[in-house]
Design a protein around this ligand. Structure first.
Ligand SMILES: [Fe+2]
Length: 438
């Protein structure tokens, strides 16, 4: 039996486990700093951590208690405070937010009731409860805010608050630097993954001409060669918007990097360290990724190319859930779930490679693609327009594959993330591609 054919009881168990895993991580991220740190705004790009905490509870209340179970609002007066569309992040510290203790109590109260609802809800009723979708959606939502809170931790000044073991060391990767993905149609997106979000649907055929793609994400050492070659001073490598952006904002290296004499240092969760050469480059914006690729005589892969490299199994002409097949991610496959606070060296996780031999597509760093965030043919907004539909268009670029900060419940071969091309506080890196005839 594949994971897609799980029965209702297994899905219910998966929902309980996913909700508990998410809450354990939320508790870790909000419990390792003191009250002033929870209510402070560490960057205008981010909410105070205490906003994320109560917002997690409020979304859970709105979807699981009210929409699924038809319950009355617990605290209707706070809905608007925690509505992400009503208040931009920069405004949130000035709102009359719940205190850290109130936020904790509220989120715990909602969770207790939500687990009761989960026990008593049939998984074959409405579209919202079919296969436990709403519970999976809420677990993914909390994990996505946990990733956001981890970004806040990275932006926060002050001593280290979080610790985690480093990924296992691996021998220097000496395999081929790129892999040929044969041309032809493949199945992109999904119509069967029970907790896939609206923008991943429906499955559809895409024609993709043959192309070469990097075996691993671009490393710090490779990116340093671009810097040392004057990459940030040469407009030839940049789009007009990218060039204007880096000049205006004095962008000369990845975020959190600084030159110290003859070496480059970076700040990572409160510690300063030498930039590790063989680790995938992190905290670059789309413009930087695009410029590097042009300098290297290459380009960013399109979103369809990325997904074909990750999911297409030429042997069976089918698309798998993950590069390694249909099994849920394990620690041998990918660096996910905040087990580590950094990407693993390039070439890690041979058990997670695709049938064609492409590595680290899932986990480690989000990978910028060349593509704008657009709906698939046959897209239908569900359960609300604000999940994806309002973001479609040319303002956002798609990122794929998830990072070390993404939990397995919120990561699939079909999962799509999107952000502005200037963003780099996110855990973003990239790999490059070229058309077969170039
Ligand atoms: Fe949210």
């Amino acid at each position: 039996m594949t994971d897609l054919a799980l029965d209702a009881e297994s899905l219910r168990e998966r929902a309980v486990t996913s909700l508990i895993t998410a809450r354990d991580r939320t508790t870790l991220l909000t419990g390792c700093v003191d009250e002033p740190d929870l209510t402070a705004q560490h960057s205008p790009l981010m909410s105070p951590l205490v906003w994320d905490l109560a917002h997690i509870g409020n979304q859970e209340e709105q979807w699981l208690l009210r929409a699924v179970a038809g319950q009355e609002a617990i605290r209707p007066e706070i809905d608007s405070l925690y509505d992400a569309f009503e208040h931009p992040r920069s405004e949130r510290p000035r709102l009359p937010l719940l205190s850290p203790d109130e936020a904790r109590r509220y989120a715990a109260d909602v969770r207790g009731r939500a687990l009761d609802v989960l026990e008593s809800t049939a998984f074959d009723g409405t579209r919202l409860t079919e296969a436990g979708f709403a519970f999976g959606m809420i677990a993914q939502h909390e994990q996505q805010h946990d990733e956001t809170m981890l970004i806040t931790h990275q932006l926060r000044k002050g001593p280290q608050a979080l610790t985690a073991p480093d990924p296992d060391p691996v021998p220097l990767f000496t395999g081929p630097s790129e892999v040929l993905v044969p041309g032809g149609p493949f199945t992109m997106g999904t119509s069967t993954e029970p907790w896939a979000l609206d923008n991943e649907r429906p499955a559809h055929r895409r024609e993709v001409p043959p192309f070469w793609i990097d075996t691993t994400p671009v490393t710090n050492a490779a990116y340093l060669a671009f810097i040392e070659d004057g990459g940030y001073d040469d407009p030839r490598w940049w789009t007009a918007e990218g060039w204007a952006h880096i000049r205006r904002n004095n962008v000369t290296a990845p975020l959190f990097w600084r030159r110290d004499g003859g070496q480059w240092l970076r700040r990572r969760f409160g510690i300063t360290e030498v930039v590790p050469p063989h680790e995938p480059v992190l905290h670059v914006c789309w413009y930087e990724a695009d410029a590097y690729a042009r300098w290297a005589g290459r380009r960013l892969p399109t979103e369809a190319e990325w997904e074909k490299a990750a999911r297409h199994d030429p042997a069976g002409d089918r698309s798998t859930r993950y590069p390694w097949g249909d099994a849920d991610p394990g620690p041998e496959h990918a660096n996910l779930g905040q087990r580590h606070l950094r990407p693993a060296p390039a070439g890690s996780y041979p058990a997670g490679e695709s049938p064609l031999g492409v590595r680290q597509l899932i986990g480690d760093v989000w990978e910028w693609t060349a593509s704008d965030f657009l709906p698939y043919p046959g897209f239908r907004a569900f359960p609300y327009r604000e999940y994806s539909e309002v973001f479609f268009g040319s303002d956002y670029k798609v990122l794929r594959g998830g990072s070390f900060a993404v939990d397995p419940v919120a990561c699939r071969g079909t999962f799509r993330n999107w952000d502005y091309p200037i963003r780099r506080q996110i855990f973003s890196g990239f790999r490059t591609a070229r058309s077969e005839d170039v």
